[in-house]
Design a protein around this ligand. Structure first.
Ligand code: 16G
Ligand code: MG
Length: 523
């Protein structure tokens, strides 16, 4: 067929380096940008097929997220703004790894397996394609795909539509603020020298006097995600460079494509305090639960976390807040899937990626309460706040801007300082390390990545190391985005967590084929 000849010809302009094998991982393809040309071309083809298959608009996002400047990445976004399904992740990997001569066969294979009508019209939103959106944050593209496929019900599929929907909801929420001084309306934002900074600057005009933002690492100088951004702050547990804040003031960091956010402050003793994804999900779920009670609504609310969640957060949610908690594997699609089982599913990774999902039934019940003339005043106020909370949230995906607005609104409504928020529970000290091994697939895990099943003896080694420390926990997993094994440890003291992380790293190095220098103690 003529189509395939064209594909074949064009693909020669984007040749695949022979023998190069890449995998559609946790968040699409991600590697050094110089290896991605053929991938971009092929993902364009796959997005078109996915669109024909679903008869809906599909998104293609080109981003390296929180990775350093030399990297890039690409992922596909499904009709409701969610990640593409596992079967199609498999197709993506097959297509990416087909040698030049086999590309058309690989394409035909997808068409046949999925019974795709090739003459069906296709619609793809991307950086430089049919609909030119230019540079947007990852969550903005997810949002627009969802708007497009709900015929505008979710919102208007434009950059302005996004700013307007979120800022309007934010204003409605902050109307309920108590005694909010100008000082409390101030927030320092580290834009990671990424796209979030650019978009936030554009959005500032929409936020008028309700939020005063001072933007740092806005991309005018400094490198993307270098010594700044959510990932740096979370992993290093220190403030980003380039940020100037007085003790007690609130600050937050986005990652490079603005789908993660973490908060922090420095106290009078100059000690740095991090409020990560766990603290955020606790704040949000507590807020929602209180509103449900005030509104007299019976809806099932739960929090979804991963193994990285601080045990203090899980205990607080389960024991004090009586909110059920689920643990899934790392990666947004897993959390999202679990969150969908509830009327209200709050999901956050400790690294700051997360959002809240509301079932259609939940949204309808809230709406009915708002509209019902016999709803009493307190219940109505709570229902209206719930409704505006739904509107400020980007349900398509974790979104730093949307999460920031929700957090700012909650703090304002509760009249809460960042210190009071931080004091809800105390994190157990923790440490993350990485170990280089010959082949990270040597590590296989179970129980939502909390236990290793291979290599033999590793879990037993971890268990006996953990026993040496108080209130300790540790696990290892192969990274889905980097060629390393990640190690996590938490314990009663920082020293204990550091020692445990080092000891477990050493066990990984010795039992799972470590390469390079042996891990060294941190102290
Ligand atoms: C990706 C994931 C993120 C996960 C991270 C883990 C998405 C959109 N993003 O960034 O959820 O936490 O990978 O990275 O799914 P790792 O496997 O290298 O630890
Ligand atoms: Mg990101």
């Amino acid at each position: 067929m003529a189509h395939f000849q064209i594909v074949s010809k064009r693909s020669c302009l984007h040749p695949k380096p022979e023998g190069l094998l890449l995998q559609y991982g946790t968040a699409g393809f991600r590697t050094n940008a110089k290896h991605l040309d053929h991938i971009m071309f092929r993902m364009g083809l796959l997005a078109t097929l996915r669109s024909k298959k679903t008869k809906a608009t599909i998104g293609v996002m080109v981003t390296a997220s929180h990775n350093p400047e030399e990297d890039n990445g690409v992922k596909l976004i499904d009709p409701l703004g969610e990640m593409v399904t596992p079967t199609w992740e498999g197709f993506a990997t097959k297509l990416a790894n087909a040698e030049q001569a086999d590309l058309v066969t690989a394409l035909k294979d997808v068409i046949e397996k999925e019974a795709i009508n090739i003459s069906q019209e296709a619609n793809v939103f991307t950086f430089y394609a049919f609909y030119y959106y230019g540079l947007v944050t990852t969550p903005m593209l997810h949002y627009m795909v969802r708007c497009q496929n709900t015929q505008g019900e979710y919102g208007e599929a434009t950059v302005e539509g996004y700013y307007k929907k979120l800022s309007d909801a934010f204003f409605q929420l902050t109307k309920n603020a108590i005694n909010c001084t100008d000082d409390q309306k101030h927030l320092s934002v580290d834009g990671a020298n990424g796209i979030g900074a650019v978009k936030l600057r554009e959005m500032e005009g929409y936020l008028k006097n309700e939020l005063h933002i001072t933007l740092f690492n806005d991309g005018s100088k400094g490198k993307l995600n270098y010594q700044c951004g959510a990932d740096f702050v979370k992993v290093q547990q220190k403030a980003p460079t380039g940020l100037k804040m007085n003790p007690g003031e609130r600050g937050c960091s986005f990652d490079g494509d603005a789908d993660r956010i973490v908060y922090y402050y420095t106290d009078a003793e100059e000690k740095f305090h991090l409020l990560d994804g766990d603290k955020i999900s606790t704040l949000i779920s507590t807020f929602l639960k209180e509103l449900l009670t005030q509104a007299g609504l019976v809806l099932k609310i739960a929090v979804v976390q991963t193994a990285y969640a601080n045990r203090s957060s899980t205990q607080y949610l389960e024991d004090i807040m009586k909110v059920p908690v689920r643990c899934t594997k790392t990666g947004v699609k897993h959390l999202r899937h679990a969150a969908q089982e509830f009327d209200i599913g709050v999901f956050f990774e400790a690294n700051g990626h997360g959002t809240v999902l509301f079932s259609t039934a939940a949204e309808e019940k809230i709406q009915q309460l708002v509209e019902n003339p016999s709803t009493d005043e307190e219940a109505k106020r709570a229902a209206v706040i719930l409704q505006n909370t739904v509107n400020v949230i980007n349900q398509a995906v974790g979104d730093a801007v949307s999460d920031m607005l929700l957090i700012e609104a909650i703090l304002a409504i509760k009249g809460m300082t960042i210190q009071q928020w931080d004091a809800i529970y105390t994190d157990l000290p923790n440490r993350q390390l990485k170990v280089k091994v010959l082949d990270r697939r040597a590590i296989d895990t179970t129980d939502a990545e909390r236990r290793a099943v291979s290599p033999a003896g590793l879990q037993e080694a971890i268990d006996s190391l953990v026993k040496k420390h108080r209130r300790a926990r540790s696990f290892v997993r192969p990274s889905g985005t980097e060629d390393v094994v990640r190690v996590y440890a938490e314990a009663e003291t920082q020293e204990s967590a550091d020692t445990l992380a080092y000891e477990v790293s050493l066990a990984v190095y010795r039992l799972a084929g470590g390469v390079g220098d042996e891990p060294k103690p941190l102290h």
